[in-house]
Ligand binder design. Sequence first.
Ligand SMILES: NC(=O)c1ccc[n+]([C@@H]2O[C@H](COP(=O)([O-])OP(=O)(O)OC[C@H]3O[C@@H](n4cnc5c(N)ncnc54)[C@H](OP(=O)(O)O)[C@@H]3O)[C@@H](O)[C@H]2O)c1
Length: 145
Amino acid sequence: MSTQYKKHIIFTGGSSGIGYEATKVLAADPETHIVVLSRSPPKDLPDNVEFHKFDLSDPESVRSCAEWWPYPPADAFVGCAGIGGTPKVTYIQDGIEQTFATNHLGHALLIFLLNDRGAFAPNARISFVGSSLHDPENPSSLKPY
Ligand SMILES: NC(=O)c1ccc[n+]([C@@H]2O[C@H](COP(=O)([O-])OP(=O)(O)OC[C@H]3O[C@@H](n4cnc5c(N)ncnc54)[C@H](OP(=O)(O)O)[C@@H]3O)[C@@H](O)[C@H]2O)c1
């Protein structure tokens, strides 16, 4: 499948919100292949967008996603998946706060594992979408958007 494309982009959180809109724009180039990583698939996107299920808050899911990457080295990575403004603090495995695990630790683990596997082209662009709501020290991060 991938050989017909000139570029590969890894896009976390391309299934909804601003990530979905950005994926649509990137997918307008038929020579670009985009792999959307999230828990649920995006709807109504062209054939050059592929979905791969993963959960950033689950280290085993992140590890298996990094091991799965079957394509030539990616030209870009966009880390747009994220949560924020959750109404209460929730701790997941190992006592890690969920927003921090999802937005920061999961993305860091994914990037390092993909890099170790040589899954990025030498000049690959790595970008993240940030928000003050990702900061656990920010009192607003506990309020809904
Ligand atoms: N909207 C704004 O005004 C705004 C402003 C500044 C910054 N931001 C930041 O931009 C990013 C996207 O915001 P949005 O408003 O577009 O939010 P959204 O519509 O809720 O989209 C969040 C995306 O992250 C994915 N995601 C969430 N938890 C995940 C997990 N555990 N594993 C894998 N994927 C996960 C979701 O997919 P699944 O649910 O399918 O997993 C979805 O694709 C967030 O980081 C947000 O903080 C947004």
